[in-house]
Design a protein around this ligand. Structure first.
Ligand code: GAL
Length: 661
């Protein structure tokens, strides 16, 4: 366990650096992240390089025992670069060229930008190749931030066509797969294939197949750009880890692909405004851990009121510490705060760090000192432990994109809505969840929950069947098996490739207003309001577990359960409310003997890290008021050193880390 901070020596007079470094050491900081936006200081003019200032900063920090993670500065091409290579600046879908003056103002297909990026990466890596204080690299900063996954310029059009050519081989095949005969869109030359630019409809009036391929292409552009940097860093600066600061629930890049070449994933966590709702940050952590199915870092952890021209409430006493332990509980091994000192200039003047602009250490600094002292005590217990779960929830960017392109129900049937609904229920019930990709091994899990597998092929159906046959329990969601991987609707009876697995046939489906109908759940005997959509099911081997309450399909099957080998496949043909998911998932967890603690009271989160069969239970009160939590056997709270049992009392934003006694 270690603590770090994001530091910008280029924002402060050099005379201040030793004071900062000393204060950092005294607070327990052992690592800093530097230079992700400092290109104009590293290369003030084309081919004029200056890394001396950076070397001096690294040395000042090292003198206080602080190690450095260096970043490639590529999200901020300097003014000279954009002037010299104007096609650096990206274009939006309406044809407007973005001006200079922000960050991420770069098109990855601007060849001048691309070339200069490779040069600055290689010069920087070379300059610090022998520096003992540099322990690792961060590529760029938050790929895709501010919508920068997408560009619609002519260079991108050329690259998109090349990507398509590589994928489809011939135009005939592209026309066939996309079904371009619709509205007379058949292409007779590659140059005719458009980017999804402005049309008479919205962006989503293009062919869904073209749109999905564009999303995949745009994501892969980022992945390939990073791969180029990683290649440079591995060869010019060997022996150091490489990570990137991802953005949790951000969904414009396929994070499984982006994470593939990294040694571990890091992410930037700003849980402002969440209050007692710990679900989004918790899910963010679990999504991040799921990318490589291993522990991760938080590279930017909120440490002050954040915002640009307006800002969020100041973290309450104890809240920053709570966010740190939440991250650790979910599998973070290093937490780096954003940022050391609030900047006096620029767009982020009001994105506050640990210190205010005056640079004096006060309340948040003291909280940092407390966390650091606790980390020292906790390290022997926590280092080497990892979260583990009986329940897995599937995450899949192809599905997310396809359902963004066509949300179907007016209020939007989104993949992530279901992912979040199930995740929240699992957490409210006191269990842990892994959030995994479709290439992961499903076999360690008792329960596998799938938000709509809207796009599907035989391979995923076969993989799920094998998992169920071996004893796994699957929950499939409505609108699964509707399309093939090219975003084309199947000509089979729904749920397409999943029909025999689920033992059902969909007769009809209905999109509906909120609270228009109900579902009756056999296991609880209760009725629940439903929303968005309803699959009206004909069982074909499966048992009926829930039925619709009204309309012309009253009494028809909404939820089914099918026995497959030693396992079971549930199909939930609609979207329920919170109580529905709690009851439905709760019954499954009970039946499957899923290990859990609780359920905890409102706003109290439970996560566990394990060493072998020994758990460390993190109990976290996200409420601004005290909370009481019933506990079974006696444990030691590693933070306070006290033995606790029976009912435990948590102060506002209080945390306990419990080791069984
Ligand atoms: C992140 C970014 C940081 C800083 C921070 C606060 O998105 O990586 O550079 O901008 O947010 O806005």
């Amino acid at each position: 366990m270690r603590l770090g901070v994001d530091y910008y020596p280029e924002h402060w007079p050099e005379e201040r650096w030793p004071t900062d470094a000393k204060l950092m050491r005294e607070a327990g900081i052992t690592v800093v992240r530097l230079a992700e936006f400092a290109w104009c200081r590293m290369e003030p003019r084309e081919d004029l390089f200056d890394f001396d200032w950076l070397r001096r900063a690294i040395d000042v920090l090292a003198a206080e025992g602080i190690q450095t993670i260096l970043c490639t500065p590529t999200p901020t091409p300097p003014a000279w670069l954009c002037e010299r290579y104007p096609d650096t600046l990206p274009m939006d879908w309406k044809g407007h060229v973005h001006g200079f003056g922000m960050r991420h103002h770069r098109c990855l297909n601007g060849m001048g930008y691309r070339e200069r990026s490779a040069i600055i990466c290689s010069k920087l890596a070379g300059a610090f190749a022998a520096c003992p204080h540099v322990i690792g690299w961060q590529t760029d900063n938050e790929f895709g931030c501010h919508g920068s996954t997408f560009c619609y310029c002519d260079n991108c059009a050329v690259a998109f066509r090349a990507w398509l050519k590589n994928k489809y081989g011939t135009l005939r095949d592209l026309n066939r797969v996309w079904g371009t005969v619709f509205w007379s869109q058949e292409y007779i030359s590659w140059e005719q294939v458009p980017l999804p630019r402005y049309t008479r409809g919205g962006w989503d009036s293009h062919s869904p197949s073209l749109l999905l391929d564009y999303r995949r292409f745009a994501s892969q552009q980022q992945v390939e750009f990073q791969a180029e940097q990683i290649g440079i860093l591995r060869s010019e600066s060997p022996g150091r880890f490489i990570t990137h600061n991802l953005m949790g629930l951000f969904n414009e890049i396929d994070y499984f692909q982006l994470g593939e070449q990294l040694d571990f994933v890091s992410w930037d966590n700003y849980p402002f405004g969440a209050g007692a709702n710990y679900i989004p940050a918790g899910l963010g952590h679990d999504v991040m851990r799921g990318i490589k199915q291993k522990n991760f870092w938080v590279m930017e952890q909120a440490s002050g009121p954040g915002g640009w021209n307006t800002f969020a409430p100041t973290p309450r006493p104890g809240q920053m510490r709570l966010w740190v332990y939440q991250a650790v509980g979910h599998g973070a091994d290093t937490i780096s705060f954003f940022r050391w000192r609030s900047c006096r200039w620029g767009t982020e003047q009001y994105w506050h760090g640990l210190l205010y602009h005056d640079g004096e250490p006060r309340r948040r600094y003291r909280e940092l000192q407390q966390i650091a002292a606790e980390f020292k005590k906790l390290s022997p217990h926590v280092d080497g432990t990892e979260p583990r779960a009986d329940v897995a929830i599937l995450n899949d960017y192809d599905q997310i994109w396809a359902m963004q392109i066509q949300p179907q129900a007016h209020d939007g049937l989104h993949f992530e809505k279901l992912m979040r609904a199930y995740y929240a229920a699992v957490k409210r019930l006191g269990a842990d969840a892994d959030v995994i990709g479709k290439h992961a091994d499903f076999s360690p899990y008792k329960l596998l929950i799938l938000p709509p597998m809207y796009l599907a092929d035989q391979a995923i159906a076969d993989k799920l069947r094998a998992y169920a046959e071996a004893g796994g329990t699957i929950v499939l969601s409505l609108r699964s098996g509707v399309k093939d991987m090219s975003n084309v609707v199947t000509d089979r009876r729904l749920p397409g490739v999943f029909a025999s697995l689920a033992g059902i046939k969909i007769d009809e489906y209905d999109a509906m207003p909120r609270d228009h109908n109900t579902v009756h759940l056999e296991t609880t005997g209760r009725d629940y309001p439903i929303q968005l959509m309803a699959d009206i099911i004909d069982p074909a081997g499966a048992a009926v577990a829930g039925t619709y309450g009204s309309d012309y399909y009253a009494g028809r099957a909404a939820i089914t359960a099918n026995s497959v080998g030693k396992g079971q496949v549930w199909y939930v043909g609609t979207v329920g409310d919170e109580r529905f998911y709690d009851d439905f998932v709760g019954a499954l967890l009970g039946k499957l003997g899923v290990d859990r603690v609780g359920p905890p009271p409102h706003g109290v989160e439970i996560v566990r890290r394990w060493r072998g069969s020994k758990p460390l239970t993190f109990v976290m009160n996200h409420n601004a008021i005290e909370a009481l939590m019933p506990l079974g056997a006696e444990c030691e709270d590693l933070l306070s050193g006290r033995r606790v049992s029976g009912q435990i009392e948590l102060e506002p934003y209080g945390v306990m880390i419990l080791e069984p006694r």
